[in-house]
Write a protein that binds this ligand. Structure first.
Ligand SMILES: *Cc1c(COP(=O)(O)O)cnc(C)c1O
Length: 415
């Protein structure tokens, strides 16, 4: 409508039919385009929250199709023919893979923490170390989440040092829980101390106070095997003896958006009966994808099948070879340089994997903007005034598309 109003249709002297048609086409394309659009992530940031975090495995996609293209047994028990729970299948798998007694899945990581606190600590006190009363990003701030769930924050210790004895000293008649928060996206170094989860779990059991662990990323594999520093795993959190562990489905787990809670059976039961559990419940598409993702871990094929682990475990030498291949197509406009791929997604702050970058000559702002306008759009990073392409996060099938787009942009940039 806008176009018709803006074009001076009645003024026949200035009316250009071809221009009008092309305007209508452009507007229609924008209006009818699917959203969110597919993009090629050439930033090398494996878990880019702005780019939708973890891409899904083929089986996860297949699983979504099976669960949604027709009716499914989402909440139907095929043996008895009566109503079942959408949680049954996934919860069994999560217990198997993490070693926990029980599990519950909700909409996202924030919802998981919120449900845990609202169920166990409403109108009660929750003890948190001052160094962990933090903002995780995108509106998730521990003091505010606590306030929203009706719990009272009791901060103890100092920003850099908190001891188990300080938790003990803060426990009183009003205490509902002890909460430990993983510092997902920042690191405090130097003169620091924090109470270990094992210490807190002992304390909690002794005083009959639930110990909750907001782990954030939900890593199930040992990151050190890929040359990264250690990211605490879910299995370690569970075996420390804490009562509940909360994590996301779409960070290092490599699955869909989801919030996962694993831990003690009697607490999981309490959480699942809370009215918020229904409000925060996981949808069937995410549930289908999460189940397929967890099955990759149980089949021991995570690094072959789950895209984020394929990217993380890709050897530097392979990336270098791929970058050289690409560079040989545009030898006069680019060079290969050493760099680092950040992991992102609120995990392993400041850590990068060694990589090889294709650095593109020319005006960086202009080149990156032209690449973003491609179809599909290509998202790059600018480093030291140059556009750089990191093939770690570009799949083999995306490579020819990237190459074509680069060639056309460089041509356009020349003229
Ligand atoms: C990412 C994160 C959350 C929030 O999880 P979402 O899935 O993004 O809602 C909560 N706590 C920690 C420690 C996190 O790292």
């Amino acid at each position: 409508m806008e176009i018709i109003r803006n074009s001076n249709v009645l003024d026949t002297s200035s009316f250009d039919l071809n221009q009008f048609i092309s305007q209508v086409e452009t507007e229609a394309h924008k209006l009818w385009a699917n959203s969110p659009r597919r993009v090629i992530n050439a930033t090398g940031v494996v878990l880019h929250t702005n780019l939708g975090r973890a891409p899904l495995s083929n089986q996860a996609l297949q699983s979504i199709e099976n669960a949604s293209g027709s009716y499914s047994d989402l909440e139907f028990d095929l043996d008895s023919g009566i109503r079942g729970s959408r949680q049954t299948g996934i919860n069994g798998l999560l217990s198997l893979v993490t070693g926990a007694e029980a599990a519950l899945v909700v909409n996202n990581g924030s919802a998981a923490v919120m449900l845990g606190l609202a169920t166990l600590a409403k109108n009660k006190e929750v003890i948190v170390s001052r160094g962990e009363a933090v903002e995780i990003g995108g509106g998730f701030r521990i003091p505010e989440v606590l306030a929203q769930s009706g719990a009272k924050l009791v901060e103890i210790g100092t920003t850099n040092r908190t001891y188990a004895t300080e938790y003990e000293g803060a426990i009183g008649g009003e205490t509902g829980a002890i909460l430990k928060v993983h510092s997902s996206n920042f690191r405090i170094t130097g003169f620091t101390h924090s109470a270990s989860l094992t210490e807190l779990s002992h304390l909690g059991r002794w005083k009959s106070i639930p110990v909750l662990h907001d782990l954030g990323s939900g890593c199930l594999l040992e990151t050190t095997q890929f040359g990264l520093i250690k990211e605490p795993t879910v299995q370690e959190s569970v075996s420390s003896g804490c009562d509940l562990t909360f994590f996301s489905g779409d960070k290092l787990l490599g699955g869909p958006q989801a919030g996962i809670i694993v831990g003690k059976q009697h607490l999981i039961e309490q959480l699942s009966k809370h009215p918020l559990a229904r409000a925060l419940r996981i949808d069937k598409l995410s549930l289908a994808a999460l189940t397929a993702t967890i099955l990759h871990y149980l089949r021991n094929e995570a690094t072959d099948q789950i895209p984020v682990w394929k990217m993380i475990s890709q050897p530097e030498s392979v990336i270098r070879e791929r970058a050289s291949q690409l560079q040989s197509k545009i030898p006069h406009y680019s060079s290969i340089i050493e760099g680092g791929s950040p992991i992102g997604g609120g995990s392993l702050p400041g850590e990068t994997l060694p990589t090889w970058l294709l650095a593109i000559d020319g005006n960086a702002e202009k080149v990156s903007s032209l690449l973003r306008q491609g179809n599909p759009p290509i998202i790059t990073r600018i480093e030291n005034g140059k556009v750089v392409v990191d093939l770690r996060t570009v799949t083999g099938t995306e490579e020819p598309i990237l190459e074509k787009s680069l060639l056309s942009v460089l041509k356009e940039n020349q003229s």
